[in-house]
Ligand binder design. Structure first.
Ligand code: PLP
Length: 459
């Protein structure tokens, strides 16, 4: 049983409720309940302001890869802030952490990916990738190659462009989007593939749809395909075998850049520093990452690209200038934290830990499949999701008003475990330090919570 809120917590909650507009805020529930005030952390645990302890099944927001409470990261942050808290990288100045991190990322990234544009968020890294793709195509004499093919249910961020690239249902959400150059094809949702279709046939169907979109727009008009190797917030969709490879091949054959959004999948979540090559066997032209690059200790993102792109954009032309970048590009404190964070990931072999524990995580979660309400359990490494349904046969969803994933995440929270509610899914993306015993605890609490909510709904 959780300790009740103390007076300070109530005051914080009121201040927050009255002045802080949260990402994806749902106004009614926020007005009624306010937010949970998270105040402390250690390892794979977070603590609220009243001292209640929670096992963090979210890893913050798929980002606290090395876990909480790392003195080394706090120390390097303080040291760098004392020495040089800020330095611009506009034009021809740089700073030691930015230069060192750029070189380190070039070593870690696959193939000829040896260059980086730094920014401050995954959304900005997506913006940078698209602007780079446009700039590159124009510099090589193909300015008409502007169109981008993305996917439904994809998530690429919350800037104007990032949200436009994302593939959620935008009807009636009261925003405006870039629509003239962005196209969305179907997501690789294996669970919800057409009835009676084999996974192999579904894969053919998806690849055919991509090829048809390329033919419709004309390859001469397409700058890039953009995709998350595992489509994350849209429902942890692990694509069918061969899907990414075939899309990648078609891109290569039709002079279309392949951009991998590895904001979630990079830095260990799938057991590799980057998943595109090591996990899926494809060599993107551009990889973008954020989150795990600093384990969320400080904002930083990176848009990484190949020598081939660099050679084109840096070819002699006295008028040429890559007119893109941010005040905080290559921020010395953020880059110093990223270097130390990568050192920790390597020193503690956290990729090895994920490779070792990932299959056990899968096995334990698969044990939930027979529970009431559970339609599908999917994922790999330390990236998973549970999809809830009203009817396991028809896969029919429960009515939205029930808010099934929030009911279950609330039940978990009451029992000291955090899982993320999204639509009719609970997403799991814990810190990579999560141990076997902690996985056991997480799965047990999830099971208990699903059963409790199912019993309540039955009543
Ligand atoms: N791309 C992917 C795959 C993401 O999951 C996210 C965030 O969850 C983003 C981009 C956007 O990152 P940010 O919230 O740092 O802007």
């Amino acid at each position: 049983m959780n300790k009740p809120s103390n007076r300070q917590t109530e005051s914080l909650r009121d201040k927050d409720k009255n002045h802080n507009l949260h990402p994806w805020q749902h106004f009614d529930s926020m007005k009624e309940n306010g937010a949970l005030v998270i105040a402390n952390s250690e390892g794979a645990y977070i603590y609220d302001n009243d001292g209640n302890k929670y096992l963090d099944g979210l890893g913050g927001m798929w980002c606290v890869n090395v876990g909480y409470g790392r003195d080394e990261l706090a120390d390097v942050m303080a040291e760098q802030a004392r020495k040089l808290p800020y330095a611009s990288t506009f034009g021809d100045t740089t700073n030691p952490p930015a230069a060192e991190l750029a070189a380190k990322l070039a070593l870690l990234a696959p193939g000829s990916i040896n260059h980086v544009i730094f920014s401050g968020s995954g959304s900005a890294a997506n913006d940078s990738a698209i602007r780079l793709a446009h700039y590159y195509q124009a510099r090589r004499g193909k300015p008409e190659k502007k169109h981008i093919i993305s996917r439904k249910q994809a998530y690429h961020g919350s800037t104007y462009l990032g949200a436009s690239l994302s593939g959620h249902d935008k009807a009636g959400d009261n925003f405006q989007y870039v629509s003239d150059i962005i196209h969305h094809i179907s997501a690789p949702d294996v669970y919800r593939r057409p009835d009676g279709m084999s996974v192999e046939a579904f894969c053919n169907h998806l690849v055919d749809e991509f090829k048809a979109k390329v033919a419709e727009l004309g390859a001469d008009n397409i700058a890039a395909f953009l995709g998350e190797p595992i489509l994350g917030s849209g429902g942890v969709m692990v694509p069918p075998e061969g899907y990414l490879q075939r899309i990648h091949q078609h891109c290569q054959e039709h002079d279309i850049l392949f951009i991998a959004d590895e904001v979630v999948t990079a830095f260990g979540r799938l057991g590799h520093m980057f998943a595109s090559k090591d996990f899926f066997g494809i060599q993107p032209d551009i990889i973008l990452s954020a989150k795990g690059i600093t384990s969320g200790y400080i904002p930083l993102a990176a848009t990484l690209f190949t020598d081939e792109i660099f050679d084109v954009i840096s070819a002699p032309d006295s008028d040429a200038c890559f007119a893109h970048g941010f005040t905080y590009s290559g921020h010395p404190v953020a880059c110093a934290v990223a270097l130390k964070n990568i050192e920790i990931l390597e020193r503690e072999n956290l990729c090895g830990h994920v490779k070792e524990m990932g299959p056990y995580f899968v096995e334990r979660l698969q044990g939930l499949k027979d529970l009431p309400l559970v339609g599908d359990v999917r994922g790999t490494g330390y990236m998973h999701c549970i999809e809830y349904v009203a009817d396991k046969e028809t896969k029919e969803l429960l009515p939205d008003e029930i808010g099934i994933s929030k009911l279950i995440s609330d039940a978990c929270e009451k029992r000291g475990v955090m899982v993320r509610p999204v639509w009719h899914l609970n997403i799991l993306s814990p810190p990579l330090v999560m141990s076997r015993e902690q996985i056991d605890h997480l799965v047990e609490v999830l099971k208990e919570s699903v059963l409790a909510v199912a019993a309540d709904l039955k009543k």
